[in-house]
Ligand binder design. Sequence first.
Ligand SMILES: [Zn+2]
Length: 127
Amino acid sequence: MSNIKLKSIAGKSVCFYFHRKNCFKEASGTCSLFAEEEFKKQFTNLEEKATPERCPTILELMQISKTKLFPVYLSKYRCGHYQNGQGQHRICIAGHLGLEIKVIIDSVKDKDCGYCTNPESFILKHF
Ligand SMILES: [Zn+2]
């Protein structure tokens, strides 16, 4: 689709559903994009989505096929924060590294985001 543009998500606050089973940072304390190899080696029994290889692999895909990956949908919530379902790792990677990503801002929700509703289960990141 031609109306989908690559966008930066700088300046946005995004709510993520990250936890020990789908995010290396939540499992280890350090993001896999920035962790030393020696540090990563200490963690051997992680869930598949929380392994230290996952986000570097996604980043590689994002760089190889910038326009081929399906776009991520972001919704803006009443609280002013953004949240999405699928593709949250890509949003997080793009936000941390200042990369542009194919994103569709699809709607404004008439409710608060997951973090504002349930901060124990969600994480809010400011890019
Ligand atoms: Zn919020």
